[in-house]
Design a protein around this ligand. Structure first.
Ligand code: FES
Ligand code: FE2
Length: 446
């Protein structure tokens, strides 16, 4: 449970709020690259961190994310003319380039230099890994991009889609670190024999005791956020085995989830649109080109990528239709009666006590340990920033390269030593974990 004060602090994301300012110290994904298909394309409305924004690509394919309203009389720039290297407001013709400079002011009698005094708010952007990333913080504190290796993989090795969610970011973010829900929410009634995720990831949802065993888990804070170190079953020759998994990358990214296919890794990026809406970028990547079959399933909807209404990012199974719950399916096949894995999550987090749930009314238990840890981490970072101490994570891009991994150590090795070894980034990261190892390190399906 949280106090009302801390709940408010953790969930408000607008300009000037502690968490809103914290998010403004990180690069965050704003929209899919495909939403701006080419030069002079139609502008796209978006809302991020409580701000109404507009994205467009100019005649030279330079990308802009700018205030949605004209600085003259606040007309909506969405209706603007995207032409000749800038966006022109259709109310009185003022024109702006991608950096927000006013380059033409045709109705102005104040002289040719008056336009130099006018600026449209614009934010730095980078197009990477199928997403357009934005930095909405102070211009003199623009950090490097996070060092995720998947930011650099070729397009045929990744796939990303996004969903708009009807709740505060923290509800869906906490779900990533709610380490016991998969055994229930995402299970089928036959011991998961017919659960496609079970088959792919080798996870055993029927073994609930393993999922609930927190005595084997140590939560660690790192240069990028937090992670979970889990003691696994020993090797046949008696060595202790540990995995590092379910990383939390500040400010709101995780790798919780099952493998979509062998060697296809998940990323979940949760970005606040405002206090009551979140955009969820669901990203998959591989070290090899994705197969036609896997790509086709992702693009056309499968258990992990629910279908949306055409031209939107709203799932067809959503809050307005109770996520298409089928009570017969619930009675005879799966735990929820809801088909898609992410939609099962949406049904829970979009329907807690309101779009900003009241955390004073919770009854948390030890299996909520990780999500409590994440709250604390965010709360501390936001409070420190409010007192003038900048977050360090954006300035450690190399730490973001961490992969889930596993090591064998002599029996009885102190866990502190194990953690040091698991987090060591130099020498380079050990070989890619085999899928079954990764599955062991990732007990949460999100
Ligand atoms: S409101 Fe945009 S030019 Fe006047
Ligand atoms: Fe989940």
């Amino acid at each position: 449970m949280l106090s009302q004060k801390d709940n408010e602090l953790l969930t408000r994301v607008g300009p000037g709020t502690p968490v809103g300012e914290l998010f403004r110290r990180f690069w965050i994904p704003a929209l899919l690259s495909e939403e701006l298909p080419g030069p002079d394309c139609e502008p796209v409305r978006l809302r991020l961190l409580g701000e109404d924004l507009l994205a467009f690509k100019d005649s030279d394919s330079r990308i802009a994310i700018v205030d949605a309203f004209c600085p003259h009389r606040s007309a909506p720039l969405f209706f603007g003319r995207n032409e000749e290297a800038g966006l022109r407001c259709v109310y009185h013709g003022w024109k702006f380039d991608v950096d927000g400079n006013c380059v033409d002011m045709p109705n102005c009698m104040e002289g040719p230099t008056f336009k130099d005094k006018v600026k449209l708010t614009s934010y730095p952007v980078v197009d990477r890994a199928g997403m357009i990333w934005v930095f909405m913080g102070p211009r003199d504190r623009v950090p490097p991009l996070p060092g995720f290796e998947w930011l650099e993989v070729p397009p045929d090795q990744r796939y990303v889609f996004k969903y708009q969610m009807e709740c505060n970011y923290l509800q869906t973010l906490e779900n990533e670190f709610d380490t016991t829900h998969s055994s229930f929410l995402h299970s089928t009634l036959d011991g998961n024999v017919n659960n496609p995720i079970n088959k792919i990831a080798g996870q055993n949802f029927s073994n609930r005791r393993r999922m609930l065993d927190y005595s084997r888990i140590t939560l660690v804070d790192t240069d990028f956020g937090s992670a979970m170190v889990t003691k696994q079953e020993p090797t046949p020759d008696g060595k202790d085995v540990y995995t590092l998994g379910v990383p939390f990358w500040m400010p709101s990214f995780s790798a919780a989830g099952a493998l979509s296919a062998p060697g296809v890794f998940p990323l979940n990026l949760k970005v606040p649109m405002d206090d009551t809406h979140t955009v969820f970028f669901r990203f998959k990547w591989s070290k090899e080109p994705l197969s036609e079959k896997v790509l086709h399933e992702m693009k056309h909807g499968n258990y992990e990528f629910p279908k949306v209404f055409p031209g939107t990012y709203t799932p067809q199974a959503n809050k307005s239709n109770d996520y298409q719950i089928d009570r017969v399916r619930q009675r005879f096949f799966n735990y929820t009666g809801i088909v898609n894995t992410p939609i099962q999550d949406f049904a829970m987090v979009e329907n807690q006590r309101g779009p900003v749930t009241d955390r004073t009314r919770e009854t948390l238990v030890s299996s909520d340990k990780y999500l409590i840890h994440i709250r604390r981490r965010l709360l501390e970072a936001a409070n420190r920033l409010a007192e003038g101490e900048e977050p360090k994570e954006p300035w450690h891009p190399e730490a973001y390269r961490l992969r889930t991994r596993r090591i064998d150590v002599p029996t009885g090795t102190p866990v502190e030593k194990v953690i040091d070894a698991l987090l060591a980034l130099d020498p380079p990261i050990p070989a890619e974990p085999r899928p079954e190892e990764l599955a062991a390190a990732l007990p949460v399906l999100v």
